[in-house]
Structures are given as structure tokens and as C-alpha cells.
Design a binder for this molecule. Structure first.
Ligand code: SPV
Ligand code: MG
Length: 436
């Protein structure tokens, strides 16, 4: 009887394939039939950023490689569960995981292999090439309007909760594009940008009352898009008159904005976080629903989204009013709901989200925790929210810093004393590639 061929397991993300992967595959097939443990898009998004290709597309590529016999799904970064389940004779990995963030996972895999007598094969890591670096390069060089616009829908498919950071200029957007934080092998970064009416107006020295022209706001976004890759959600204020809203939808969509959020106020709009709301009026819910319908009809792509923002809590109305409006707006075609609140207690928005979730399981819910900022993202997620927006933080960070430096110069009649509050000349010259 023919002896059964040995099996070897190889874990891959395979969104970008390079010669380092080929080295692993070539080596692997000398040991036996290859089983690929392929990361689900959700697992990739949690640790890196959403893959370009979905699971089925990546699977289709890999199954055509010589020696690959089977592809199994990996739902988490730690795939020791899969190792115990499929019991491969061998498992192959680059030796780079001996240190760094994957060290813990390596230990778990070794334990799983030991439990039934499997062997670990480690080969020298291919230097000078990294999937993450390639992906970053791809992102900066090949993002298109369509890809960017559609990436919010893809995010919502694969991530339970996505985080958006306010950006009011290309420089502030670069902070949201590039900043990351790593802990226990997990990389935390922002999923996209929020274009805020408050901060866009403030930067121009204007009040947040729709006096800043929409076209001018689009110009800032266009400049942000020139140097970044992530999706952007735009604060569309009230959307203005329905006839104007139609044009705004078309312009925003054409630029590559993923979603426009409009709030159900009428007349002169004022910022929602003001304590005196006596001059602010909520729009009739059916009229607002009509505006949403007009906007939805105006868009030409499938990906563009219009979210309805409910101001009931801001204007002292109750949960019943907020929920009735939410149902009306979703029925009118709103792709998502933003429920706003200026309370420091998240009680009212959680009551809203939990009741809303009983009726609509998957319609995206957006939270803006400016006043209830002690609430962590996982709590928002548990309460049914899919998007969290840090709505004004980049601008609020910059103003006190500029003011301090200005005062320090006045106080000392020179700038030397402000040096410790500043980015060094060397760093600013190297901040933007191509300057030096
Ligand atoms: C904005 O950022 O402009 C918003 C959110 O609309 S809030 O300022 O909280 O109203
Ligand atoms: Mg606003």
C-alpha cells in the first residue's frame, strides 16, 4: 500500500505575494502536501489594515500554486487551534518570529505541535522585503478614487468597530494616516478621517454655522486626498436645501468621499456641543427623510453612503423621538445612523443603540464620544456601534501648543526657550519625503 504523503502547514495573509513567500512554498513542498492557513479578512484588518483582496480572491490565487493541496481559514492571528485541528506533520515559518510581537504565538504553536508529535521547520527570514512595507507602498501609489470611496463599506464588512480621526489639513491627516501603536503583536491605527465642520471652520477663523462654503471644504479634502489613502467621512452639516444637497452628494462622491453625514436641523445651524440650544430647531422628520431620498437618488456609485445624524438628544427630546426618527430615516434609505449627545453619561445613546439594534441588526451606527470621552471603544462596540469618530482632537491639540510657543517667545524676547516644545529643524526637514 502506498504510504500517505506527509502534510505541512503554512500560515499566510497573501494580500501581497513576494519572493519571500515563494521561498517558504518551495521549501514546504519538499516536506509534503501543503495546507495553507489563510487569514480571514477580519483577522487581517484587526492586526494590519483591510486587505486589498477578499478571502475568496486570495484563496483562488494560492490554490493555483504548486504543492498547495488545501486552504483552511484562520479566524485569529493565533492559529494554534487550527494546528490542533488539522495536525500537520510539519509547520513552516520564517525565523523572524523568534523575537518581537509574534513570539507568544510561536510558543503556542510549538505547544500545539508537541501535543501530537508535529515538527516546526524554521527557515531564515528573507531580508529586505516585507508585506507590510509593500502594502504601504501600494497604498500610497495606487489608491484610486473608487478604491478609497469603497473602502468604508469594506471596513464595515470586516471590522466590528472602526475608528475615524478628525483631519482639517493634509498635515493633520498625515498624522491619522501614519500614527500607530503596537501592543502584544497587535497594531492599532486609525481607519479613516472625519472632515469636521467645526474644525474646518475654526481653521479658517469662521464660526461653525455653515458660513464656510461647501466647495471650499471639498478643496481641503482634495488636498488631504493628494497625500493619504484612507477613507473619509464628511460632516455635511444639515445638507442645506434639498436641491443643493443633490449637488453636494454628486461632488462628494466624485471626489472619493465614502460617506456624507447630514444632521436633522433646519435654519441657521449651530454647533451641537453648545450649551444654549434655544436657537436651534430640529427639522420635521418626514421632510428630512425626503432630503435623504433625494440624496440617495443623486449618487451614481453603489458604494457611496449617506448617514442621517439625529439631534434629538442635543435638543432635549426623548428616546422615543430619536428612535422614531431613526426608523423613518432608515426607511427613507439612510445607509447609517449617527446618534449625537452632549451628555458626559453615555446612558441615553446606549439606550438608543440597544433598542435600535433590536430592530436593525446591521445598519451602521456612529458614535462621537466628545463629551462621554471616558467610554472605551470596546464598550461602544458591545453597545452596537460600528464607527467611532474622534471629531475635533487634532485641531484642539494644535491650538494650545501654538499659543504656548507664541507666549514663550513674547516672554523671553527670543525663541530659544520654546525649543523644547517644538519639532526640531532636522525633524521638520525630514518629515515630508522629498524636502531634504
Ligand atoms: C463637527 O465635528 O463639526 C461635528 C460634531 O458636527 S460636533 O462638533 O460634536 O457637533
Ligand atoms: Mg459639524
Amino acid at each position: 500500500m502506498k504510504k500517505k504523503k506527509k502534510t505541512i502547514y503554512l500560515s499566510l495573509t497573501a494580500d501581497t505575494i513576494h519572493h519571500g513567500h515563494m521561498k517558504l512554498l518551495e521549501k514546504a513542498r519538499t516536506y509534503g502536501d501543503i495546507t495553507i492557513g489563510l487569514m480571514s479578512s477580519k483577522a487581517v484588518a484587526e492586526y494590519k489594515r483591510i486587505p486589498y483582496l477578499n478571502f475568496e480572491q486570495r484563496k483562488r490565487i494560492l490554490i493555483n500554486f504548486i504543492g498547495v493541496k488545501k486552504i483552511v481559514r484562520q479566524e485569529t492571528w493565533d492559529y494554534s487551534k487550527n494546528v490542533r485541528k488539522y495536525k500537520p506533520d510539519y509547520l513552516i515559518h520564517g525565523d523572524d518570529w523568534k523575537s518581537g510581537p509574534q513570539k507568544e504565538i510561536r510558543e503556542k504553536i510549538i505547544k500545539a505541535l508537541k501535543s501530537y508529535g508535529g515538527k516546526l521547520i524554521e527557515i531564515p527570514y528573507t531580508k529586505g522585503v516585507s508585506s507590510s512595507a509593500l502594502t504601504e507602498d501600494l497604498n500610497t501609489n495606487y489608491t484610486t478614487t473608487d478604491l478609497r470611496r469603497g473602502s468604508l463599506r469594506r471596513l464595515l464588512e470586516v471590522k466590528k468597530i472602526s475608528r475615524f480621526l478628525e483631519a482639517h489639513s493634509p498635515l493633520s491627516a498625515l498624522v491619522g494616516e501614519k500614527t500607530s501603536y503596537e501592543n502584544k503583536g497587535k497594531k492599532y491605527s486609525f481607519d479613516g478621517f472625519w472632515s469636521s465642520s467645526l474644525t474646518d471652520s475654526t481653521v479658517m477663523g469662521k464660526p461653525d454655522n455653515e458660513s464656510l462654503d461647501f466647495t471650499q471644504r471639498l478643496q481641503t479634502i482634495d488636498q488631504i486626498f493628494e497625500v493619504t489613502t484612507k477613507p473619509l467621512i464628511m460632516d455635511g452639516d444639515t445638507g442645506g436645501k434639498s436641491e443643493h444637497f443633490e449637488m453636494k452628494v454628486k461632488s462628494a462622491e466624485r471626489l472619493g468621499i465614502s460617506a456624507l453625514i447630514i444632521e436633522d436641523k433646519k435654519g441657521l445651524k449651530k454647533n451641537s456641543l453648545l450649551s444654549d440650544t434655544s436657537l436651534q430647531i430640529q427639522e420635521d422628520k418626514n421632510k428630512f427623510a425626503e432630503k435623504i431620498q433625494i440624496g440617495k437618488k443623486a449618487q451614481t456609485s453603489d458604494e457611496f453612503m449617506i448617514f442621517a445624524r439625529i439631534e434629538s438628544f442635543i435638543l432635549g427630546k426623548n428616546i422615543k423621538d430619536a428612535l422614531t426618527r431613526a426608523y423613518t430615516y432608515v426607511d427613507a434609505g439612510a445607509d447609517g445612523i449617527m446618534i449625537h449627545s452632549k451628555s458626559s453619561d453615555p446612558k441615553e445613546i446606549f439606550e438608543f443603540s440597544n433598542k435600535f439594534r433590536k430592530v436593525y441588526k446591521t445598519i451602521p451606527l456612529v458614535s462621537v464620544p466628545s463629551s462621554y470621552n471616558h467610554v472605551k471603544e470596546n464598550v461602544l462596540k458591545e453597545n452596537g456601534f460600528n464607527i467611532v469618530i474622534y471629531a475635533n482632537h487634532m485641531l484642539r491639540a494644535s491650538y494650545p501648543s501654538m499659543e504656548n510657543v507664541a507666549r514663550t517667545i513674547l516672554k523671553n524676547s527670543r525663541s530659544k526657550e520654546s525649543d523644547n516644545q517644538l519639532l526640531s529643524i532636522k525633524k521638520i526637514l525630514n518629515l515630508i519625503p522629498g524636502t531634504s
